[in-house]
Design a binder for this molecule. Sequence first.
Ligand SMILES: [Ca+2]
Ligand SMILES: [Ca+2]
Length: 239
Amino acid sequence: MKSLNPLRVWVAALAVFCLPAIHAATVTVDSANVLVDTRDPLSLTVTPSSHGAVSGAGLYAPGSAVILTPTPSAGYVFAGWTGAATGTQNPLTVTLAANQEIGATFAPDTGDSDGDGLTNFEEVTIYATNTDLADSDGDGLADGVAVQMGLDPLADHAALVQIIQDSRETFGLYSKQELTDLRPGSTTVKVLPSAGGVQLRMKVQQSSDLKNWQDAGEAVFEQAADPAAPKRFFRFGVK
Ligand SMILES: [Ca+2]
Ligand SMILES: [Ca+2]
């Protein structure tokens, strides 16, 4: 008969003493002096769910702390726990006192990571475009704009974009900067929220050769506008 190692028996006895009474009778020392937990394992079952998966299911010793981690499919986000768990904690730590069955739900990702006007869900499940690139195919037309125009966002519309850019007057297309910036590197028109109007600041320069310019003063023009008007356009001329 194999002799017991006194030190290991002492450690085993101490461990048994420290465990709750309900567990004490189920922890034994085997013939190799190894501490053995003879309690029946508990099952943590994860209910199959669509649009995602959850890791952590399996058999565990009673009292185990198990970490469940949900992983949504592309275009979806984790929405919450079901079954024996509630809430949206992620990851979720479950301490097993009995068999448990937990499920997870996943919902369409309504975020717009690249700001192109299409949700991540739409990009992945409908248009197959890049959720992190506003212009997935690099043709100059953002995915969301292409969809708004009834076009395939992955078809090459570079020629169409070029025609529009070359004919901006025809389409009335000017950038905000072009409308407010009348000289390189500075904004000359600004909105006056308190006055409900706009301020036009003009810096006058003079030259004798069209190459070298000197400051010739500054003129400021302020015009009140109807605060209730959603839009207000101004233009000025030189007499
Ligand atoms: Ca997007
Ligand atoms: Ca594009």
